[in-house]
Write a protein of this length. Structure first.
Length: 269
């Protein structure tokens, strides 16, 4: 690979570092669709930045964090369930973002770049900004690991153990929103959620505990990213799509392996 891929390679490594634990918690907390909501919300933030000449990352992260905080306060027993809120926010944010984009003068980002990403357009300044968000987010997530795991298993039990449940939930949503907001422009709004969740899904086939699954998800994410980057370089295909398809191939391979392993166990028993 030539020097053009150096910055995307470092950016992908940083993203995979935090995507493993984030994607794992998204699966455990049944928030896989929430990644799509935040990704769609970043389109609205990007459209607002173009319309009002704001710094794109600030506008995107602000919208994503607002939605994340709002969702952290929704209750399952409320008039509208979380699934309903997620669907409304996803479609509403996407529609409003497209609407604002259509009315705005052409800015730094095109709609195609926002939807599908352009990792090769990333500059060193963008990389430093991403690192400035992802690295502190990773260490904060590690600090929250035990209380967040307790909240994920059982919120009432976590409250009895003295865990500030609402604060932990809000911090997790903010971390997820910030990481999606700062990377969505380059990885692609339509593909970013898959890049978060797929490595964790693949890791779930082999990992039997929380920490190993999160670590394995980061490793699988990195391997899938490197494979996608290689495919993109060889075939001149979009980086984000190549990475997601690489992960899909890994997922199908693990699913087939698990199927035959289960079948062999049934026959032997």
């Amino acid at each position: 690979m030539d020097g053009v891929f150096l910055i995307p390679l470092v950016a992908g490594t940083l993203f995979c570092l935090v995507a493993g634990p984030l994607g794992s918690f998204m699966i455990w907390k049944r928030l896989s669709f929430f990644g799509d909501v935040l990704a769609h919300a970043t389109l609205l933030g990007l459209a607002l930045s173009v319309a009002f000449s704001l710094w794109p990352v600030i506008a995107v992260c602000f919208v994503a964090v607002c939605i994340g905080i709002f969702m952290s306060f929704t209750k399952e027993e409320a008039l509208l369930s979380k699934d309903t809120w997620l669907s409304l926010l996803a479609q509403g944010a996407l529609a409003l973002g497209l609407f604002v984009f259509a009315l705005s003068p052409r800015g730094r980002f095109s709609l195609s770049q926002a939807l599908f990403g352009d990792l090769l357009a990333m500059e060193a300044s963008d990389l430093f900004l991403m690192a400035g968000v992802i690295i502190p987010s990773f260490f904060l997530l590690m600090r929250l690991w035990k209380p967040l795991l307790l909240v994920t298993i059982h919120e009432d039990l976590a409250a009895v153990e003295g865990v500030p449940v609402q604060r932990v939930k809000t911090l997790f949503m903010m971390i997820l929103a910030l990481c999606i907001g700062v990377t969505s422009t380059y990885f692609g709004i339509l593909l970013l959620s898959a890049m978060l969740v797929l490595p964790a899904v693949i890791a779930r086939f082999t990992a039997r505990a929380a920490a190993p699954m999160a670590c394995l998800a980061s490793l699988i994410g990195l391997l899938g990213f490197l494979g996608g980057l290689f495919v993109s370089n060889m075939l001149d295909t979009p980086v984000g799509a190549s990475v997601v398809l690489t992960h899909m191939v890994l997922l199908m391979g693990m699913a087939v392996r698990a199927h035959f392993k289960r079948h062999a166990f049934d026959v032997s028993s």
